[in-house]
Write a protein that binds this ligand. Structure first.
Ligand code: HTP
Length: 767
């Protein structure tokens, strides 16, 4: 805390430009181990605990994950916090302190069952409630307006319902630098005024009821990843944390400034996806209504202040809100959005005279059907920078999704390839590998990941390879014990650990993986003497509670596992495992134990991926499509050190239009594929029941399958056969594994944050 206070003081003293990273999700995981490592206290604390008769490892296992996120988006935000602290960037994370994070997943009868994650039931030692920082946030009701003395339109939002936002701070220490930054998460509290109005008329229960209702705002994280949520509560959560954050931003800014001329030089706001995009009309409202600025001046400040990160091309993830709902919940913001749009469309009409289509597509308001506000359009128009999260993703943004905007503002869209923090994802999760590397090349690589290149010189050294293999084997043994303990499945640590862990989504194609598992199973039955490498195929991941198909895919995986694991003909040559309740701390145990990393999304659908980077950094080889950051991993590690298969994004586009081959063609001509599909359809994995998995079989054979599983299956199967062969050659495999790690420097989130800092925020890292 001392270091944290000092850090804040230096921000003030040096009048630094502040960066605000606004995110509805921060998937932090556990903090104890990470804090000890970053502060260099690991050995002292281990020893001190020993003297007290405690084991640090046991203690660490008792910590609840702070699971305030769904997947990649929230974990990226958490990695960014670590890099920001480590690089001494004057930045804050801002979000919501949910009482319930992402749900806990159990597997019962092979199906996902959700239960609430009440991570705060015993409190959290890492959260500090700051009762001095409590702000009112307004909702609903009406706007009045008048002309001021200069004849300018002035609006006031009145009769509002008020919810209080209380600050809860989480400290994030940088690595080895005495720097501690702040993540401020807001909790909803009932306002006193509201209670009193009820008390006065004697409605005691009513007042308590109101209190409970306003506090639901920060109750629970929405558990859907890359699926838009239309509920009013979600919009209210978004505005709640944005409004409270801007109270803080304004308070800090106005301490040292009397006007707003310098605002964009003092403040940068990064919007993590469109979830906080309501910040754009909120800043306009503050500048216009509270501070009396003219529209043009306020708008100029806004655009210079905001930057927006887009994380996905999937249409089902693009947020829109009905005009009706925004008008009701945030009436003044709706007026401002209309005015932003009116002025913007005038610009469009000037730039593209006569183009009705451009106006229709670029308008913030979607006009067909129920009128809706397109948050992405609002975010692009209101920001000076729009970034994608990997090179291919950014190209596709420019070419397709945001084509019109790119034409209009050719300098706005830019690319910032995602990264991961090497502190958590190597040093903390894989201490043996981190130590082995450090012995060879020193420990500077932890804050300068490009130094891993020095490992290239050792890739062929048999002695080094041996130690490398021993570390991997140790990690696999640990994971085997965990699998035994949680799933009661015995796996062989010498088999290939073939792993796919991530949210369950059709586009991520866990189904394709299981099709290969079935093919391998059939082959093992047919060729009892084959010497193919034994495999342990491991899955983990949550499905959104309302996502039926994703849940059925989990059921198929667990059903295949049941059949395969019990089949005496298979012996130990294939095991299939679904580890329940994937979260950050489970990921930390899985990544170090992987031989093969499955990154097999349909090309053009996975914006970046970050799990792909974690696996590689821990010495797994990737089997993947030319999608997201896989392409950049290929560029870094070289084609001999990665297994690429399947169609390119362009080929996917072409096939969708021209359908040169249909899934049925493939099913009818390829006997291996035929047999896999029939096995699912005929009930081989459902005790003869042919209905359970019918929807999956229908999807696979449909010529409208948007994810083209069968079109990529043959190439995937061939690629997997190559992998099976090459895994048996320990020396070549180890060499590839070492080279993967050696060439992961680019994927440090320090590199990513350095680029955001210099190219978007206009701040220099302190180191
Ligand atoms: C996504 C993409 C994934 C990215 C991750 C972080 C969506 N956040 N939201 N993300 O599915 O590919 O790596 O940018």
């Amino acid at each position: 805390m001392e270091k944290w206070i000092n850090t804040q003081k230096t921000f003030y003293a040096e009048k630094k430009k502040r960066v605000y990273y606004l995110s509805l999700e921060f998937l932090v995981g556990r903090s104890l181990g990470n804090a000890l490592i970053n502060m260099g206290l690991m050995n002292e604390v281990t020893e001190a605990l020993e003297q007290l008769g405690h084991d640090l490892e046991d203690l660490r296992e008792r910590e609840e994950d702070a699971a305030l996120g769904n997947g990649g988006l929230g974990r990226l935000a958490a990695c960014f916090m670590d890099s920001i602290a480590t690089m001494k960037i004057p930045a804050y994370g801002y979000g919501i302190c949910y009482d319930y994070g992402i749900f806990h997943q159990k597997i019962i009868d092979g199906y996902q069952v959700e239960s609430p994650d009440s991570w705060l039931r015993f409190g959290s030692p890492w959260m500090y409630e700051r009762t001095a920082f409590v702000y009112p946030v307004n909702f609903y009701r009406r706007v009045t307006s008048c002309l001021d003395e200069n004849g300018n339109y002035r609006a006031t939002w009145i009769d509002t319902e008020v919810v209080m936002a209380m600050a809860c701070d989480m400290l994030v220490p940088g690595f080895n630098n005495d720097h501690v930054i702040n993540m401020r998460l807001w909790k909803a509290r009932a306002s006193r005024e509201l209670d009193l109005s009820h008390f006065n008329v004697g409605d005691y229960i009513g007042s308590v009821d109101d209190k409970v209702r306003s506090e639901t705002l920060s109750k629970v994280l929405y558990p859907s990843d890359e699926i838009r949520e239309g509920q009013e509560l979600r919009l209210k959560q978004q505005y709640f944390f944005v409004a409270a954050t801007f109270c803080d931003i304004m308070r800090r800014y106005l301490k040292h400034n009397d006007d707003f001329i310098d605002f964009p030089n003092q403040v940068a706001v990064q919007l993590n996806d469109t979830h906080p995009a309501i910040a754009i009309p909120e800043l306009m409202r503050l500048l216009l209504d509270d501070h009396g600025l003219a529209w043009e001046v306020a708008w100029d400040i806004c655009v210079k202040t905001f930057a927006y990160t887009n994380h996905t091309l999937m249409p089902e993830a693009l947020e829109t809100w009905s005009v009706e709902m925004i008008s009701r919940v945030l009436p003044r913001h709706m007026e401002i959005i209309y005015e932003i749009n009116r002025r913007f469309l005038e610009e469009v009409a000037m730039k593209f005279p006569g183009s009705k289509r451009k106006i229709r597509e670029m308008s913030i308001i979607e006009e067909d059907g129920v009128r809706r506000v397109r948050m992405a359009n609002l975010a692009i128009i209101g920001s000076h920078s729009v970034n994608g999260v990997a090179a291919l993703h950014t190209e596709l943004l420019k070419r397709d999704l945001f084509r019109n905007f790119h034409e209009m503002y050719p300098r706005r869209i830019n690319s910032k390839t995602n990264g991961i923090t090497p502190r958590r994802w190597l040093l903390k999760c894989n201490p043996d590998l981190a130590a082995l590397i450090g012995e060879e090349i020193g420990f500077d690589y932890i804050t300068d990941l490009d130094q891993l290149r020095k490992l290239e010189a050792h890739a062929d050294d048999p002695a080094f390879q041996k130690r490398w293999q021993q570390v991997k084997r140790g990690n696999k043994q640990k994971l085997s014990a965990l699998i035994e303990q949680t799933c009661a499945i015995t796996v062989d640590p010498d088999s290939m650990f073939d792993i796919q862990v991530k949210r369950i989504h059709e586009y991520k194609r866990q189904l394709l993986n299981i099709l290969h598992v079935i093919a391998f199973y059939h082959r093992l039955i047919g060729e009892p003497d084959s010497t193919e490498a034994a495999r342990t195929v491991i899955f983990a991941g949550k499905a959104a509670p309302s996502y039926k198909r994703a849940k059925l895919i989990i059921k198929l995986i667990t059903s295949v596992a049941d059949v395969v694991n019990r089949d005496p003909r298979i012996k130990d040559r294939l095991k299939v495992v679904f580890l329940p309740n994937y979260n950050v701390s489970l990921a930390e145990k899985i990544m170090p134990a992987a031989d093969l990393s499955e990154q097999i999304s349909t090309a053009g659908t996975e914006a970046s991926g970050t799990g792909n980077m974690k696996f590689s950094l821990n010495g797994a080889l990737t089997v993947g499509t030319l999608d997201g950051a896989n392409i950049e991993i290929l560029e870094e590690v070289g084609s001999e050190n990665i297994y690429i298969f399947g169609m390119t994004a362009e080929q996917v586009e072409y096939e969708k239009l021209h359908k040169s081959r249909t899934p049925l063609d493939i099913y009818n001509t390829n006997p291996v594929v035929h047999r896999i599909i029939d096995a699912i359809g005929n009930g081989q994995f459902s005790s003869g029941d042919t209905e359970t998995f019918r929807p999956l079989v229908d999807d696979l054979l449909s010529e409208h399958d948007p994810y083209l599983l069968l079109l990529d299956l043959e190439s995937y199967l061939t690629c997997q056969e190559t992998i099976s062969r090459e895994f048996l050659d320990k020396r070549t495999w180890s060499r590839k594994s070492i080279l993967n790690v050696a060439r992961m420097g680019k994927f440090s989130s320090d590199r990513t944050i350095g680029e955001y800092a210099r190219e978007i925020w206009g701040v220099e890292p302190g180191i």
